[in-house]
Structures are given as C-alpha cells and as structure tokens.
Design a protein around this ligand. Structure first.
Ligand SMILES: O=c1ccn([C@@H]2O[C@H](COP(=O)(O)O)[C@@H](O)[C@H]2O)c(=O)[nH]1
Length: 305
C-alpha cells in the first residue's frame, strides 16, 4: 500500500494537476432548476434532502474528476443536516473512492488523546466493534487543529503510520483573524512557526518513498509571506492551500508555497467550483463546474511550472 504522500505524487503526475475540489454544498445554493426537477412532493423534506444533496455533489464529482486529484469534504456542510447529512457524506466519500480520487476529510478535529483517537478511528483508522475492526470512513487524509498540543495529535499520527494515511495540521489559516493567535510571538517566533516546527517533528516517522512526509500543513493562499517561512521549516511536507479565489488568495502567489523541487502543494477551491454555474459560465451546472475546474487547473499549472 502506498503512503499518502506517494499517492498524492502519483495522482499529481497522472492528472497533471494539484487541484482539490472542496465539496461545501448547501441546499440553498443548488440551482433552482435542479431542485424543481428532483424535488418529489410525495416524499418528505429529509428524503428530498438526501437525494438532492447526494445527486448534486455526485454529478459535480463526475463533471470535474479529470481536472482534480481529489475532493475535500468540509464536515460542517454535512453536519448542518444532522445525521442525514452525515449519511450523504458517507455515500459521497464512497463514490469519490470508487472514482479513485483522493479523499480529504476537513473536520479540523482534535481533543484530549482518548477522544482524538475516536476521531482518528472514524476517519483514517479503524474502530473496534465486537470482534471486528471497521474502517468506517477510510479517508486518505484529514485536517486537525493543533491547539491541544502533542497528545491530541499523536493518535492521528500513529494511524497515519499504521494505515499510510495523511494529516494536514492547521499552521497558518486563510481567514483574516488567523493573526489573533497564530501571529503571536512566542520565544521570539510566530506561533505558527512553532506549530510548523512540531509538524516537522511529527512527520519524521511517516515518510514515503519519494521522501515526502505524510504529515502536512494547512497554509492559506492568502498568507504568501507566512508560506515562505513555513516552507523553510517544512521542506518535505505537503501544504494544503485553501483560500484561493473568493477569499482573496492569488494563483500568482502559489510560487511562495512550493518546495525546492517546485512541488509539495495541493490547492483547494470550493465555492468557485461547486457553484461555478452562478458565474454564468454555462447554462448547465456540470459544464460550468467542469470549465471552472479546468481553468483553475491550467492557471495553477502555469503559475507554478
Ligand atoms: O485556513 C483554512 C482552512 C480551511 N479552509 C476551508 O477550505 C474551504 C475554502 O472554501 P472556498 O469556497 O474555496 O473559499 C472551506 O471548506 C474552508 O472551511 C479555509 O478556507 N481556510
């Protein structure tokens, strides 16, 4: 079985893309014509939710799969629909896996070690159930929040080692308030630099055959200055970069995130892809998302190659 970092490298080479599509769909943003077509008056709201949310995202995945290496499912957008949304998430993860796409669960999880272990079991590890061990979601990687420190991260790292999975630790996020805590000075360094140093340490035990670590960092596209500093601390980790487009991150700045091999990045775009129909690229939402993802892939490639 390939390490996560090796799987990423193979997918990047095969698809000539570093693009990840963020699946952040809410029902109110699904085109009216799609809802009108599939809403069944004979069924209740929940049955309609489950069908429409799944079907819209499934078609987006079909439309964009040739331009992206994977999909990032943002937990919030499924959890807002209670366990009905989680059921749709589970089905979509399986669908993306059937298409051989890399699946990242973006839940930014963490807790004390015993509880962190439960999150890790669910999304990248396995859960003991009677005399069996079940891999419930079996994602390739997940995002974690480092605020609780090392004992809250170790359970995830151990599962990465055991199951060849990946982790993206929040280091410098894309939102304006990221400065509130992440830019505080601790022992003469930014807190985000301290976190990056820890990511480097945690990743030393999980390296793939290409020499990259399976423990990476989330660094917002809106943070090119921080990215240069983080890259020098993390020379062989993948950076997951959200915040391009709607949040103001620029494709031209991605060069600051690259490693010495001009690699080591994956770039997420959510709303600009899943709701591309709103930009009137095409009257059909699938074609709109296809065109948006193709344009993204090509503009990123010209900026980093
Ligand atoms: O620093 C971070 C960490 C995570 N995110 C997530 O990425 C997507 C971005 O969505 P867009 O529509 O492309 O802006 C979303 O799921 C965030 O929760 C982030 O934006 N910044």
């Amino acid at each position: 079985m390939l390490n996560f970092s090796d799987k990423l490298i193979e997918a990047i080479k095969k698809k000539d893309s570093v693009l990840i599509a963020g699946i952040d769909t809410t029902v109110e943003n699904i085109p009216d014509y799609f809802i009108r077509k599939y809403y069944d008056d004979e069924k209740n709201e929940i049955e309609n939710l489950k069908y429409i949310l799944y079907e819209y995202n499934r078609r987006i995945i079909d439309a964009i799969e040739e331009n992206v290496i994977g999909v990032k499912f943002q937990a919030a957008f499924f959890e807002q629909y209670s366990y009905y949304g989680i059921e749709v998430l589970h089905k979509l993860i399986q669908y993306a896996q059937s298409k051989k796409l890399i699946v990242i669960f973006d839940g930014k999880r963490n807790d004390i070690s015993s509880s962190a272990k439960g999150y890790s079991n669910a999304y990248i590890g396995e859960t003991a159930l009677f005399d069996k061990k079940i891999k419930f979601f079996d994602c390739d990687a997940m995002t974690v929040n480092p605020y609780l420190g090392e004992d809250g991260i170790k359970p995830f790292v151990e599962d990465c080692e055991r199951f060849k999975k990946g982790l993206f630790v929040l280091v410098k996020t894309s939102n304006p308030s990221s400065k509130d805590f992440q830019d505080l000075i601790v022992d003469g360094k930014y807190l985000f630099e301290k976190v990056a140093e820890k990511v480097h340490e945690w990743g030393a035990s999980c390296k793939g055959k290409h020499g990259y670590s399976d423990i990476g960092a989330v660094v917002g596209a809106t943070q090119p200055q921080a990215a240069k500093m983080i890259r020098s601390i993390l020379p062989d980790s993948f950076l997951l970069i959200p915040g391009i487009g709607v949040q103001g991150g620029k494709v031209e700045d991605l060069k600051y995130f690259l490693d010495k091999n001009k690699m080591g990045i994956i770039v997420n775009s959510s709303r600009d892809i899943i709701y591309a129909y709103k930009n009137h690229i095409h009257s059909d939402f699938e074609k709109s998302s296809f065109i948006a993802s193709k344009n993204f892939k090509e503009s990123i490639n010209s900026a980093i190659n």
